[in-house]
Ligand binder design. Structure first.
Ligand code: NAP
Length: 320
């Protein structure tokens, strides 16, 4: 099969389009013909500095496609079925072998290109808001990196739950594009101080919850933007800088900082079933998957570079 591979970590131009051996279907797995690859925030970080589990390495968490082989121990999936899949790596390819547990059936009316981009961002945003963030109707949430896929999912889910939604992004144009999805107030962090703006918008009360996929210095602002008993779900390191914060600033306001890692619980019934529900919500038009742009799989390097240019709002796809 063809795949986008690399032999060393680095900038997007480490990606090559090459022939590699087909993956082998495990007895408890499925093999899919990939129709859409969703490039995750973690994929660009892994390309930059993650472990090369295979050599050459095929990066990538998420892809959707059609099952072409089913492992001997798998009884609930069949050849020809359309599925969205998640695994530690291997999405940037024409074929993908995954454990059957991490393949969610896709309803007939849902485009596989949208389905490819649901499990991780929506499942993660849901956990940040509800499982770990304990969000309630009437509260105010700050979503850092609102134009990213986790951010866009969090904006929609928080709005649906009856919260007021504030989000940050690196330009006014990006914030404008978030408004149709439930954004109440946008903060351009390049031109405005986030904590000052949050305090203005909340009459100095602060926000009840922050979803922070950026880390680094952004996390300190997240702490300072919190209301009394406010909570933070720290979920990523999109900022690509070390996260060094003064955690003592949590203490005086009885504030809580929680780490969130979907991968640690993705095999549980709770997360598995939640992702299935979220796929159904998108199929019914209750939630929206925002796709910014598609590239052929052969242009994976250009797709990664486009994401890192900070122009993408929502997801960028690769089409084999
Ligand atoms: N813990 C988990 O289970 C889990 C699950 C999913 C994702 N994540 C992590 O969450 C983060 C976001 O994921 P995602 O899929 O939403 O990513 P994404 O769609 O690529 O969005 C990332 C956003 O981060 C912002 N950003 C801030 N500083 C940046 C920098 N130095 N370089 C690039 N972007 C920067 C960008 O928006 P602006 O330009 O507007 O700032 C961008 O839109 C990633 O770190 C990912 O690894 C963790």
């Amino acid at each position: 099969m063809k795949a986008a591979v690399y032999y060393q970590n680095g900038a997007p131009d480490v990606l090559r389009y090459e022939d590699v051996p087909d993956p082998v279907c495990h007895s408890r797995g499925v093999l899919i013909r990939v129709e859409a690859v969703s490039i995750e925030g973690g994929d660009t970080l892994n390309r930059l500095g993650g472990a090369l589990v295979t050599k050459p390495h095929i990066v990538g968490y998420q892809a959707a496609g059609t099952i072409i082989e089913v492992g001997s121990e798998v009884t609930h999936l069949k050849v020809g079925q359309r599925v969205a899949t998640v695994d530690g790596y291997g999405s940037h390819a024409e074929l993908r072998a995954v454990t059957a547990r991490n393949a969610w059936p896709v309803p007939d009316n849902l485009d596989l290109r949208l389905a490819a981009a649901i499990p991780v961002p929506f499942g993660t945003a849901h956990d940040c808001l509800f499982e770990f963030g304990h969000l309630k109707a009437g509260e105010t949430v700050l979503v850092q990196a609102g134009a990213g896929a986790v951010g866009l999912a969090a904006i929609q889910l928080a709005r649906r739950a009856g919260a007021t939604v504030i989000a940050t992004a690196s330009s006014d144009e990006r914030l404008e594009r978030l408004k149709p999805f439930g954004l109440d107030h946008g903060i351009n962090y390049k031109t405005h101080d986030v904590v000052t703006e949050v305090m203005k918008l909340t009459s100095k009360a602060g926000v009840n919850l922050v979803v922070d996929p950026v880390g680094g210095q952004t996390l300190q602002g997240s702490i300072l933007a919190l209301a009394y008993r406010g909570r933070i779900s720290l979920v990523g390191q999109a900022g690509r800088e070390p996260t060094k914060v003064d955690v003592s600033t949590l203490m005086h306001g009885n504030r809580t900082l929680s780490g969130v890692f979907l991968g640690a619980e993705i095999l549980t019934d709770r997360v598995h079933d939640n992702i299935a529900r979220l796929i159904g919500d998108v199929a019914r038009g209750e939630l929206t998957v925002v796709i910014d742009r598609e590239f052929p799989l052969s242009e994976a390097a250009a797709a990664h570079a486009f994401i890192e240019s900070r122009q993408a709002v929502g997801r960028v796809l690769l089409i084999p």
